[in-house]
Design a protein. Structure first.
Length: 327
């Protein structure tokens, strides 16, 4: 019994040390709002530097948490140390309540950005813009370029991811059921020669391609991010709503439309008690560098969404699929 105080001290010391530990990449934004919020990362290697686009809050106090968002831009030379360099603010009328959750790809010497309007409920939709320098973007005149139709959806489209596979571009998006309760994945197709405008996209199926079924996925699957390995596609996705906790899973497909989970357990879990990502590890971006190495970017926090930070983990691959490498 004499050792009990010492044991309690060691437990407290361990929890305190764990809470103080930060990952190699630990980035957030405070510029406009004074609060530490950076969410929904996507990364490209463009003209000699890495660019990361992310969602950020414009103001701290809001009656509606789904309004007041824009897109931040940060740059890095090593994928771990980032400096914010610009913002993409509302410009068009359809963006006035907010824009966020960017997806990005490099095509023909330009960065193409796929983002969503925000704050419009079921009317939120996917938009497109492009840039010669990765900083200043020109909006697509046909915006918004996509929203889903059919009895399976309430018409909302968020969390865009565009990936080229088998001579087509696949536009992955999250939507909700007609009651607006369950978030799930859908997909649309465009040709390899696509200009990404509204008329180029066709909904691939009149149903969800992946919807929450596992206990840890709660009522939400969103934030799909795609990569090709082992002659198939792998989808890194976010399961459960923010801070529920949201965690990251993986599914695979040979055609980009029919998907099956690699495991019934999260690929990347939320952190242990006291850690920086105790509340969630969410909204993945799987990034493949020019040398073929891959990194999983994601968001996390330990205060149930009062702040949000971005980090990454290096990913390895074998015949079974992806695996987490050391910090």
């Amino acid at each position: 019994m004499k050792n009990i105080p010492s044991l309690i001290f060691l437990i407290l010391l361990t929890l305190t040390t764990r809470a103080q530990q930060k990952p190699k990449m630990y980035f957030t934004d405070t510029a406009s709002s004074g609060i530490q919020v950076a969410k929904d990362p996507v990364v490209v290697n463009f003209k000699g530097r890495y660019l990361m686009y992310f969602s950020k809050r414009v103001f701290a106090d809001a009656n509606d948490g789904m309004q007041g968002w824009n897109i931040g831009i940060a740059e890095s030379k090593d994928l771990y140390n980032w400096k914010k360099i610009a913002e993409i603010n509302p410009q068009a009328s359809y963006e006035q309540k907010g824009l966020c959750a960017p997806g990005a790809l490099v095509k023909d010497g330009k960065v193409h950005l796929f983002y969503q309007t925000y704050g419009n409920g079921p009317k939120d939709a996917i938009c497109h813009a492009w840039s010669d320098d990765g900083i200043t973007f020109e909006r697509d005149n046909s915006n918004p370029i996509f929203s889903p139709t059919g009895k399976w959806t309430n018409g909302r489209a968020i969390d865009a991811e565009v990936y080229k596979y088998n001579n087509n571009y696949f536009l992955y998006f999250a939507t909700r059921d007609p009651e607006g309760l369950i978030q799930k994945q859908g997909v649309a197709l465009s040709s390899a020669a696509s200009d990404f405008s509204k008329t180029s996209w066709k909904q691939a199926t009149d149903n969800s391609i992946l919807y929450p079924q596992l206990a840890w996925e709660g009522k939400c699957i969103e934030g799909a991010s795609i990569i090709k390995r082992n002659n198939k596609l792998y989808m890194f996705y976010a399961g459960s709503y923010n801070n529920d906790p949201q965690q990251i899973g993986v599914a695979e497909s040979t055609d980009g439309i029919k998907w099956k989970r690699v495991s019934d357990k999260p690929f990347l879990k939320s952190g242990a008690a006291g850690s920086w990502n105790e509340s969630e590890s969410g909204h993945p971006c799987i990034f493949e560098d020019n040398d073929g190495q891959t990194y999983l970017f994601y968001q996390g926090n330990n205060d149930h969404g009062k702040s949000w930070y971005l980090s990454n983990r290096k990913i390895g691959w074998n015949k079974k699929g992806p695996y987490l490498m050391g910090e």
